[in-house]
Design a protein around this ligand. Structure first.
Ligand code: BES
Ligand code: MN
Length: 458
């Protein structure tokens, strides 16, 4: 094991250069113009896996390819097997003008590596690959078999992965899935995440006049779809920050006193948080702390809002249509399909007869919750402690990783969420970064994890 640790230490500079190569691919899964970059990035990954001693293949899907890579299997008796999941796709980098340097030209400043995808999720899955490289290149025996599944559709709902898991169920049958794609409160607070929010997405369009109209000649005699949409959406949230949809909270489990105590233990300072977000005042569901609001309470968010003329100067029209992109974040026990039905019912009820409503449904994922007290979770906590040199916390996260529920349903196993992203890493925002200490500690965490998990009794 010392050889592994030494190897990691000695090769940091090269690892950082490799992460730079990885993030140079503009692997934006949502944008069709990047389909070629997606493939190129996946190919780079396959080659990289092969170079470090894994057997790797590019698996084509109806969407973006999946990279599958395995540690060399020994012929001996059955050993523990873990799947390491990650994603090489990234969120769109827009708005480009807010990046200090271009999103796909990595820049290192102090201990930060800036680029789209640096923390979400390339840096984190590369850390796991580097840990395994250290085992393989030093000839240190791995105490378990590992299979990497690195997909290209996480940021758009993991559409192809579930059928891939089904098709390869035997091959992927394992003791647990390990994922580093969540966060930690600070470098002094490595974390095991035991719950994620689910998600349900849809788009709503209100159609008004058959074409944009002169607002002077016709405005006043016809409804304005942008105004109608604004009024309609405004009715979905009350002044206490609650989602105003009948039945929305019916299945939400109340937070236990124990959980609220755990939340209260996490490092948090309101003024710092507010300043970091750049808001004059925080807002959230009454009766809950901001940490609870963002990780353990459901929400309805407008992610995009479009209508009328968006160019420079003015254009006096009544727009023909208005559209909003909406996502709901759901907490354990809420079911995406049921919630969407309730929300659409409410929208239909509230929609005025002066416009025509069109709904386009999108991706969805169930919330996730797993007990943090099992033997695997305890092993993971020990690995975090060894790697970071301090006691880890256990926590819930507000983001979603759609596939974790399928790991449970299809492979029958739990997922260990061992995220390496810091709160100020700007995931999904301009100037995304990854902390190079987290990168290095993440590699160490991987190295320790296989010892800890490999040593568990089956
Ligand atoms: N890594 C994130 C999810 C995440 C981040 C969970 C931090 C917990 C803490 C992941 O890449 C992500 O962004 N997922 C999307 C999924 C969606 C597009 C279906 C999300 O949460 O918005
Ligand atoms: Mn993401």
């Amino acid at each position: 094991m010392q050889a592994v640790i030494d190897y990691l230490k000695q090769n940091q500079a090269r690892f950082v250069a490799e992460l730079c190569d990885y993030v140079r691919y503009p692997s934006v899964s949502a944008q069709p113009q990047h389909a070629g970059d997606m493939k190129a990035c996946a190919r780079w990954l396959v080659k990289h896996c092969q170079d470090i001693g894994l057997t790797a293949e590019l698996c084509l899907t109806d969407g973006h390819p999946i990279v599958l890579a395995k540690t060399p299997r020994t012929k001996s008796k059955k050993r523990p097997h873990f799947v390491v999941y990650g994603h090489y796709d990234v969120q769109p980098a827009e708005p480009f003008e807010l990046w200090k340097t271009p999103p796909f030209e990595p820049r290192i400043e102090g201990r930060s590596l800036f680029a789209r995808g640096a923390c979400d999720n390339k840096g984190q899955n590369l850390a796991h690959l580097k840990a395994v490289e250290a085992y393989l290149k030093t000839g240190t025996g791995l105490p378990c078999d590992l299979t990497f599944v690195i997909e290209g559709e996480e940021e758009v709902g993991s559409k192809s992965l579930a059928s891939f898991l089904r098709a390869r169920r035997q091959e992927l049958s394992c003791d647990a899935v390990v994922v580093s794609d969540t966060g930690m409160p600070s470098k002094k607070h490595p974390a095991l995440t035991y719950a994620l929010r689910g998600i349900a997405a849809f788009e709503i369009t209100l159609h008004g006049p058959a074409r944009d109209l002169h607002s002077g000649l016709f405005g006043g005699s016809v409804d304005n779809p942008a105004m109608a949409l604004a009024q309609l959406l405004a009715r979905l949230r009350d002044k206490n920050g609650r989602v105003a949809v009948p039945g929305f909270y019916d299945d939400v489990e109340p937070l236990s006193a124990y959980e609220r105590k755990q939340f209260a233990r996490l490092p948090y300072k309101e003024s710092d948080y507010r300043k970091f977000l750049g808001v004059p005042k925080l807002f959230g569901e009454r009766g809950f702390t901001p940490l609870e609001q963002r990780a353990a309470r459901p929400t309805l968010e407008i992610n995009g809002l479009t209508s009328g003329y968006q160019g420079e100067g003015s254009k006096t029209i009544v727009p023909s249509w208005a559209r909003a992109k909406i996502t709901l974040r759901l907490v354990p026990n809420q079911k995406p399909a049921k919630i969407v039905k309730q929300v659409l019912q409410q929208l239909k009820k509230l929609c005025p007869p002066t416009v025509r409503m069109e709904i386009q449904s999108g991706h969805g994922a169930e919330p996730y919750l797993v007990s943090p007290t099992g033997a695997q979770a305890q092993a993971a906590l020990r690995a975090l402690k060894s790697a970071f040199g301090c006691d880890p916390v256990i926590m819930r996260e507000g983001g979603s990783i759609p596939i974790v529920n399928d790991f449970k349903k299809i492979l029958g196993v739990d997922t260990l969420l061992l995220g390496l992203a810091l709160p100020d890493d700007n995931a999904h925002s301009p100037n995304e970064k990854f902390d190079l200490d987290c990168f290095a500690r993440g590699q160490l965490m991987g190295a320790h994890l296989w010892q800890e998990l490999g040593g568990l009794k089956p």
